[in-house]
Ligand binder design. Sequence first.
Ligand code: ZN
Length: 348
Amino acid sequence: MKALVLRGHGDLTQLEISDQPQPEVRHDRDVLIRLEAAALNHLDLWTVRGLPGLSLSFPHIVGADGAGVVEEVGSAVESVEPGQRVMFNPGISCYRCEYCLAGEHSLCERYGLLGEHLPGTLAEYIVVPEQNLALVPTPPDGELSWAEAAAFSLVSLTAWRMLMRRAQVRAGERVLIWGIGGGVSSTALRLAKLAGAHVIVTSSSDRKLAWARELGADATLNHATQDVVSEVRTLTGKRGVDVVVENVGEETWDRSLRVLGRGGRLVTCGATTGARASLDVRRLFWHQWTIMGSTMGNREDYQQVVGLLAEGKLRPLVDSTFPLDDGVDAMRRLEQGEQMGKIVLEIP
Ligand code: ZN
């Protein structure tokens, strides 16, 4: 089968289209999917560059998100059958360890992500456990395209768990979201608005801030030209925000804490600018802050967020589509960071 593979860690020149063996149904709950589209995530760039502790065997197929048609199912599969349109949670769990048995699949001892630890979705076929699948729903405003279905899972699941399961954002709360161009941040904005929160977002691009206002942002700040801390203090009558949504890390951490109000929660799922952060413990206990980590989501989280998609509340935002053969160009667009919404590869 055709796939976009990484020959070794480095830059985008390490990627190429090549012929790879087609994956097979090996376990009784495996499902073989013929992929129709696959979406890119910032994570794919980290996989290309190489992450500490990540050892891959090359050539490695990249890509975490995808959607397609069920081609073949294992002997114990009951929830899907060949011919159905499916999408999937890209976090693969063992479904046997104590965390999995407690329903916390993203804490699994053998947790791995498609395209990061396991062969990915930029290919004609993939095998995914039945437990990770969802049928592609049809929202009231019309059937989802393959590109929309492929674009949905990773960012929606990540943002939903951060805001709803972990930070538990409530109506009327003030929420700050850094870097609104990214898929997780823009989905976090939409979820916070669905929850009835007052949302402040930042970006270094005025074009992306205008887009965020269309998505419902109540206030926007250009973090390259404005002082986010003093602006947030002004916008919140000096009390600060109830929730900060972080995935930037070192560059924003201090400011995230300076805008966090009494009893505030900071939730993070990433550290794109560096992983070292400091904390004055006295401010932590005196202001009774909660700092929480979040990554991906469990099976129940995925069902919840697919439910919102089915209700027409979270239709994916697609920036652009490329044919699989132009996968390197698509990755270059991702690297340049100009996109608003998801970059999707269509697989003929
Ligand atoms: Zn497990």
